[in-house]
Design a protein around this ligand. Structure first.
Ligand SMILES: NC(=O)c1ccc[n+]([C@@H]2O[C@H](COP(=O)([O-])OP(=O)(O)OC[C@H]3O[C@@H](n4cnc5c(N)ncnc54)[C@H](O)[C@@H]3O)[C@@H](O)[C@H]2O)c1
Ligand SMILES: [Zn+2]
Length: 360
């Protein structure tokens, strides 16, 4: 087992990464919560049947008999309506301001359950038990919680750091191949912006799942250090995590949510950002190719679907809340493992990079 600390003064917490952690989750949770408090496991209809029983059994043994609240799997559960339903079930289940939430699932459950914990009785603690690659390397760390509205993603939410993160890499065994692969877009992103030395380990994890513990821990380390430097995304450090996301998000939205998985759209965004990094950031083409071939390895898309127009992508990008006052702040690579925010990238250059994603 590996332990990584996220150090944020009174909001500090540990991230434990290992295989089989679920079975002893109760013991770890007993170290961060007072004995006997009420807990609610919030999970979804796919993950619950797979993992809620062993987690609940471990919590019961540790003296935290949990209520289990199950939401439908999928992004649609990240809604105010669903958050209200979860909170009301917790009220009816006798949870109160001294209780805690355990989020068991992918990023959808983590964001939703974390948000419920942030608003329930004005805020109660929670534990993240992430079960997707995305959730283990990214969404469970950093305290961004929230839900979507009809107008856009993650528009309502709160910074609320968890009390503990338990990443059991054994749960990744049941992920469908496409969901497993898409998570590697975020892994490759982390390596590209911070740790080019991770490339061989990413290669290894493709063939050998026993490398996943080390890989997840190394990614948690990167995300943890960035969150520590910029907890609320104000200094610019956390913005580096948007590498591949400015164009990627726009592709995801312009193609219609659901056409691409998030990580698939981000892979295209990374490919475009690599091109821009070579053109104006000074990235050596050899480094760009190395990152591109890692994306290929995990079967992430190389070409943009013909139906998604460059105009639609640019139009969507203009509405991105991350575009501070109309200025494009674009994350580029100087070299593999080193990113910076550039204010120099023009819309025309972005349009060109998007066009170059199209199949010849
Ligand atoms: N808070 C953050 O900082 C942050 C960062 C990145 C992404 N996110 C959010 O995370 C969400 C995406 O998360 P995700 O990619 O984990 O998607 P997800 O939570 O929808 O999970 C993907 C699918 O896999 C299923 N699943 C989960 N774990 C499984 C397992 N172990 N075995 C089998 N099936 C399993 C789920 O039921 C779901 O159908 C988005 O809403 C995104 O906005 C948040
Ligand atoms: Zn992402």
């Amino acid at each position: 087992m590996r332990a990584i600390d996220v150090t944020l003064k009174s909001r500090s917490y540990g991230v434990l990464v290992g295989n089989g952690l679920l079975a002893s989750a109760g013991d770890f949770i007993a170290k961060v919560f007072p004995a006997g408090i009420r807990t609610a496991i919030v999970t979804d209809g796919t993950v619950g049947p797979l993992y809620a029983d062993p987690l609940a059994a471990s919590l019961r043994r540790a003296g935290f008999p949990p209520l289990v609240v199950t939401v439908p799997p999928g992004e649609a559960s990240k809604s105010m309506a669903c958050a209200e339903r979860v909170c009301r079930e917790m009220v009816r289940g006798q949870l109160d301001r001294s209780s805690a939430v355990i989020a068991l699932g992918g990023g959808v459950v983590g964001d939703l359950a974390g948000f419920c914990a942030a608003i329930f009785f004005r805020g109660i603690p929670y534990v993240q038990v992430p079960t997707t690659v995305v959730a283990q390397v990214d969404s469970s760390i950093g305290g961004k919680t929230g839900v979507n509205t009809g107008e856009g993603k993650n528009l309502l939410g709160s910074f609320h750091q968890p009390s503990l993160v338990l990443a059991d890499v054994g749960t990744l065994d049941t992920l469908p191949r496409r969901e497993f692969n898409e998570g590697f877009a975020e892994v490759i992103k982390h390596a590209a912006i911070r740790d080019a030395g991770m490339f061989p380990l990413i290669e290894r994890a493709h063939a050998d799942r026993s490398a996943l513990g080390e890989l997840v821990a190394r990614n948690v380390e990167i995300k943890a250090r960035i969150v520590e430097a910029d907890e609320r995304e104000t200094s610019g450090e956390r913005a580096l995590l948007n590498f591949g996301h400015t164009i990627g998000h726009a592709i995801e939205a312009a193609a219609g949510y659901g056409a691409y998985l998030h990580g698939e759209a981000i892979a295209l965004g990374i490919r475009a950002a690599l091109q821009l990094s070579e053109d104006i950031g000074g990235l050596a083409p050899r480094d760009g190719r190395a990152i591109g071939s890692l994306l290929d390895r995990f079967e992430l898309p190389r070409h943009l679907a013909p139906g998604v127009s460059t105009a639609a992508i640019l139009e969507t990008m203009g509405r991105d809340k991350k575009f501070a006052a109309g200025r494009i702040r674009f994350v580029l690579l100087r070299r593999a493992g080193e990113a910076f925010v550039s204010g120099e990238v023009t819309t025309a250059q972005i349009a060109d990079a998007v066009d170059r994603l199209r199949a010849p």
